[in-house]
Design a protein around this ligand. Sequence first.
Ligand SMILES: [Zn+2]
Ligand SMILES: [Zn+2]
Length: 972
Amino acid sequence: MVSLNSLKAELKKQTDKSPEKFYPVKTLKENGFHRAHCASCGKYFWTTIESKLCGDPNCSGGYTFIGQEVAKKKMDFIQVWEEFSKTFKKLGYAPIKRYPVVARWRDDVYWNNASIYDFQPYVVNGEVEPPANPLVVPQPCVRFNDIDNVGITGRHYTSFIMIGQHAFYEKKKFNQEKYFEDILVWLEKGMGLKKEAIKFHEDQWGGGGNMGVCMEFFAHGLEIGNQVYMTYEVTESGKLRDLKLNVLDMGMGQERPAWLTHGTNTSYEANFPTVVKELYGQTGIRPDNDLVRRFLPYSGLLNFEEVGNLDKTWKEIADKLKVDVKKLRDEILKLSAIYSIGDHTRTLLFAISDGALPSNVGGQYNLRVLYRRIIDFIKKYGWALDLEGIIEMHAKYLKPQYPELRKNLEDIYKILRVEREKYDNTANKSRKIVQQLIERKEKISDDKLIELYDSQGITPELIEEEAKKINFQVKIPENFYARVAERHPEVQTKKEIVSKEINVSGLRESYPLYYENTKLFECKSKVLKVIGKYIILDKTIFYPTGGGQSNDIGTLNGIKVLNVEKIKGVILHEIENPRVFKVGQTVHGVIDSERRMHLAQNHDAAHILGGATRKILGEHIWQSGSQIDPDKGRLDITHYTNLTDIEKYEIEKLANKIVNGKHKILKKFTPRNEAEEKFGFTLYQGGAVPGKLIRVVNIQDFDAQACGGTHLDNTSETEGIRIIKTEKIQDGVIRLVFVAGKVLLEEKEFSEKELIKSTVIGLEKYGVKLEKVSLEDLGQTAKVFSVKAVDLSKTLERFFSEIRENSGRTEDLEKLLGLKGEKDDKQFIQSLNKTKDLGVIAKLIFEHWKAQRKQINELENRYTSKIVEDLFVKARPLGDYNIIIGHVGDFGLAIRAAAVATQKETSAIVIISSETKAICAVGKDAKLSAREVLNTLIPNAKISGDSGRAVADQKLSISEEEALTKLEKVLE
Ligand SMILES: [Zn+2]
Ligand SMILES: [Zn+2]
């Protein structure tokens, strides 16, 4: 495989030699540009003035527009897109609406990184027509690899708007000179830059198997944008081949023109001016403008991706500015915290508005990192910031360009409040761990710091704070957050599970009849091939497992179809006896219609519940997974906390309103653009779907999703929906388990009735009579014992049998103590029958059981004291010891007695035999091993325990006198 870099180098050789074959040289020359060679970096560039250096800040000495007025007019952020779209509309481009920042239409990435992402893969590969051609788009993009640079360099962001200029044409119609000229119009007329200030770089571009050349454009040391002409395809042998469809991919950060024309110290001040001003106000920070301005030309040197030793770089910069390095660093870092908060809140606004949630899952983890970083800054500097107010201010400022951002503000606040709670909880838990860690005063490695953050949410700031208290230094790597983000891959690559033994190559895709008619239960098909136990048909009504829905089962010519799978479009029927089938034969297929209907009802219900949760809980709800089985369905949604009973009730209510509202369910293959235009990107609930045509399941006036499952024609056919349970299955994902359809609903009802019945009958066995019991009663009562409702009957039974045992035990103990010893549970049962309330009954049972245990304990203590008293009467002094040998029938009591006796008399050696076992305990002043004692007295027994207390598995069979004699020998 030839590397991309060597391909680029190869291409560069050609472009260096004959630029006219690759770049818009005609237009450049017509406009007075000539080609020059940079004395610093060696690249070719185009300029209208005599210049030995290209426009790159590294070559020509940084930014030269700060504090200057380099353009005829100042454009604020919003005006940039207004001007740009106006200019390009006149030039023949159609301005289109932005795509979401979460790239739902793709399964290879999570976040939208660039405007060209909007058109990958299907427009770029020519499969789907672009929404307009040529077009311009203001695409918000998020990138998290520069988190640590944000604020410091004055130009890095975690989200920015990439203004895209795109065209998709075959080679003949691809008009490079025009696209370039249009950019020149924008720079000169749109932005009002002087021609002399503009420089174009020749460069090469490659990615995703495609290549091309590009022109980067600079002014006053700032790169404004890059126009890429994607014209080649890289062949397997590493050669370049002309692409059928040439693609124009110009990207310009909307932030750049605003900054350049304002000449502010940092680009943040020009791009979210209201927010920066508010942040200055709320924190009371006034930037030291002079210091910042002097620092800024060097800020680029602190780019974390490019610098090895940051401490050294800070020092070098401070020396050059003749200021104290600590003062410089403190001042700059404090300001960068403010700008980071400005940037991060804007990213959170875009991302959460578009349906992402801060969590531990994949790409969304970055949002958690951003939010926690904000909180850490606030804590570190002791600021009292109104974050919600700041987010609202962003939304207000961005309203002319993105009015949709104001729609979900309340939800965003709610989500962030929950995120704050989660963070505070971890912080409290972590404090202890951190204290233990730093008390050891060992160096904490970078990896350990990252691991602590990642696995337990312990921030390096917290570690630093705790370390400071004991004057211990902890060093935090400056690219900390980028390294954390690296550990969380954005998307898990999904792989098709293909059974190795089945080779379907050469077979055409099977024709699925289930798309057209869900209620087609029988059909005639032709056998195309028999592979092992699998039959392949020309067309089929059997739905194969896929899209979260279980397969159909049924028969082919009366022989059972056990399973149905799909591999590369070929549907495989696993059959009980494949030998009777021959290629070319016509077969009669019948599916299990009842199963099919249950599957369809449950699948309809999944879509209805999806729509209902979004309406009740908010736009952040996305399907994160689903499984449709004939007996129940499962829908996993992205949500920050488990559902309350009220929310569950509201969702169920709305879902059944849709069922009863008789909404039509339309299923139609629709061109991708048309579907996205009409229904929006919420179509992709089940993930990205391939192809030019999308099957849209449209529940009229309610919900539309891309889906290949079997659905009914009207919501009323779903017959009713019931949520059986909800649970949090991972951070940010809630599972709803549900049933639909009369049969399943009745079954559910029936099983509930069964449950109630079994509980009532269980109680009747013990003489407790109940009248009406509801499912709610059962649930409440189960809580008394901390068990599930289904386990209540078992639990009650266990308590009743223990209560009986307890009564017996009490009776025995009372007899042993010479008390009256008559116990009977009649009175207790009578007290239960005084109420009809299951909850009260449960409490009475539990209380009675507790009282019994207490009484037994007291009686046992009393009886033990009595035994010990009796034993001490028989105590025999032997040397320094007091030997006590006795018999207690109950082994449990024997153990208690031995323990009490050795506590009372610390030089005692106590041997007590029960009916089956013997125990020996020695007091702490008796220097003899209990094991040794038992070994001596019962040589054949198995001994367990230790030197203080041991048990023999046999009773003492010699007399007390004999035992004493034996012990005397040992003690000598
Ligand atoms: Zn250069
Ligand atoms: Zn579906």
